[in-house]
Ligand binder design. Structure first.
Ligand code: GLN
Length: 534
């Protein structure tokens, strides 16, 4: 079922196989008809993760990149929609040479072709593939069919793992294996027998449960991996290795480990367990009709990036979701930001809560609270600065006020054309672009580079007409495109503020536990050095 941890399981499996010295890549298959994740609402589907090449995809791709510490291309993500689209395009181009094109086998064959391409193209030895959805549901049958066919095509080289949930009903107090038994039967009816089962539950599996699963699911006890709930997903590689998962997989694939490099994961896991000091960070945005659980899914890369940097700075982050709409209703309540050692305004769209965001940014700026703005968080920081420091009282973004008098943030010209034609899918400014860093700026000192490549997902930009006015008022544009037309980073000088920096891109898409992002590192470091005000 969704949320059981298939994505993190695949990520951790990828990580432990990489630690054994193999070149590993990972693929996510989403059963949706959407061609990519870009048009899906993040509060329903979770974060839209952006790959370096601009593909908007499922958040699990982010997990894979963070666990593998490597960039993945768009070839590694597919949906039902994208597979069908390709097959139809090929049919229109006579690529099937007059044959009748059928759901089976042509759709599974296209899935297999993509898996082969993604593996070869990245020169990988092992490819970990996550099939989204639940066994038995209508949507992923064609992908299971592809898995079955691949097993025949590559005998001995394809393994199937099933991630299953073992509930512990409160009244009974005992872990139940029946749903897992039933799921395996369903998988069997698709012609697939799992080679190993990752048993997700609140607690570790006891011997009796392992035996039961083994007997009823046609599998060796040894191949049942216990995957109890964990406080941090970064314990998973070490936990899986407690049950010898990488060895199980390598034995079945008849491969020999080339290396044994689990140390960094062991170190990280031990460190996380030992953290004593905390750092309190407020993530300010428009949150309504969204539970805490959903929010942590919608902003997973932001949360993970904060965690990576906090761990590297030996602090445990305590994150609070602060609804900016409250600051509009009750402006005085913005003072509650005093208790935080850092304020983040993450990416976003639309009007709701944005005036509250302006209040929060103004407060962080005036009260010297470290501020990190991400995409929308840059745009509103520019609006705030324009209104309160540069005398542009009616400054706004044209996303919220389309024909306002002072659109300090305005739509990119080619974007306006796309919106006019309802060309919404995959049409934002997406993927990596180079930003040049201003000599003498904080950004340059933090990155220790003269230019950086960062990932983007936006339609609006700082309006060049206002740049010199904002600069005169003291705002530093410290990152920009080569032609200096697009502003990528803003900041306040160190003498004016301990850390006030915002970016038009999404650094959170390029942070990993073993390589935290430099901007998040500096943000957390500055916050950590501050005393609690409360
Ligand atoms: N809504 C803004 C834009 O389209 C910001 C997007 C974002 O935060 N990812 O430019």
């Amino acid at each position: 079922m969704s949320g059981v941890g298939k994505g993190t399981t695949c990520s951790a499996i990828s990580a432990i196989l990489k630690a054994k010295g193999f070149r590993v890549t990972a693929i996510k298959i989403d059963p949706y008809v959407n061609v990519d994740a870009g048009t899906m609402n993040p509060t329903e589907h979770g974060e839209v993760f952006v790959l370096a090449d601009g593909m908007e995809c499922d958040q699990d791709m982010g997990n894979y990149e963070r666990f593998l510490d490597q960039e993945l291309p768009s070839a590694n993500y597919m949906t039902t929609g994208s597979v069908y689209k390709k097959v139809i395009e090929k049919e229109r181009a006579m690529k099937y040479r007059g044959k009748c094109v059928e759901v089976v086998p042509h759709i599974p064959l296209e899935v297999i072709r993509r898996i082969e391409y993604a593996t070869k193209n990245s020169n990988s030895e092992i490819c970990v593939i996550e099939i989204g959805g639940t066994v038995g549901e209508y949507q992923n049958i064609l992908f299971l069919e592809a898995a079955r066919m691949m097993r025949i095509k590559y005998p001995g080289n394809v393994l199937i793992g099933m991630v299953s949930f073992l509930p512990i009903p409160k009244k009974v107090g005992e872990m139940k294996t029946k749903p897992t038994q039933s799921a395996v039967r369903t998988l069997n009816s698709a012609g697939i027998q799992p080679d190993f089962i990752v048993a997700r539950s609140e607690r570790r599996l006891d011997q009796k449960r392992k035996e039961k699963i083994a007997t009823f699911c046609n599998i060796r006890e040894h191949d049942v991996i216990s995957a109890p709930d964990v406080d941090s997903v970064y314990h998973l590689p070490v936990n899986f290795e407690k049950d010898g998962l990488s060895q199980i997989i390598l034995d079945k694939l008849k491969l020999k480990a080339k290396k044994d490099r689990l140390k960094p994961w062991e170190k990280l896991s031990n460190k996380i367990k030992r953290l004593k000091k905390t750092i309190k960070i407020a993530i300010v945005g428009k949150y309504f009709n969204t539970g805490e659980f959903i929010l942590s899914d919608s902003y997973i890369s932001v949360i993970q990036s904060i965690k990576h940097s906090a761990y590297a700075n030996d602090v445990e982050p305590v994150l609070d979701w602060v609804d900016s709409f409250d600051f509009e209703q009750n402006p005085k309540s913005v003072a509650k930001l005093d208790q935080y050692q850092g304020v983040v305004v993450p990416g976003g769209f639309g009007e709701r809560g944005t005036e509250g965001i302006v209040k929060a940014i103004q407060y962080a700026r005036q009260k010297q609270i470290p501020y990190l703005g991400l995409c929308y968080g840059l745009q509103w920081a520019v609006v705030e600065f324009a209104r309160h420091q540069a005398g542009i009282k009616r400054a706004n973004t044209s996303e919220v006020k389309p024909h306002g008098p002072d659109s300090v943030i305005d739509i990119l010209p080619d974007q306006a054309r796309k919106l006019k034609h309802h060309d919404y899918g995959g049409s934002m400014r997406l993927g990596i672009y180079q930003a040049f860093l201003k000599p003498g700026s904080r950004a340059r000192a933090i990155y220790k580079k003269t230019s950086v490549w960062e990932r983007h997902r936006h339609r609006y930009e700082v309006n060049p007409e206002y740049i010199s006015k904002l600069q005169k008022a003291g705002l530093v544009f410290s990152g920009y495109s080569q032609d200096k037309k697009l502003m990528e980073i803003i900041e306040l000088p160190k003498e004016k503020h301990p850390f006030f920096l915002a970016v038009q891109f999404h650094p959170e898409f390029q942070s990993s536990p073993h390589q935290p992002h430099p901007l998040f590192m500096e943000f957390i470091k500055t916050g950590k050095a501050l005393k609690y005000k409360k």
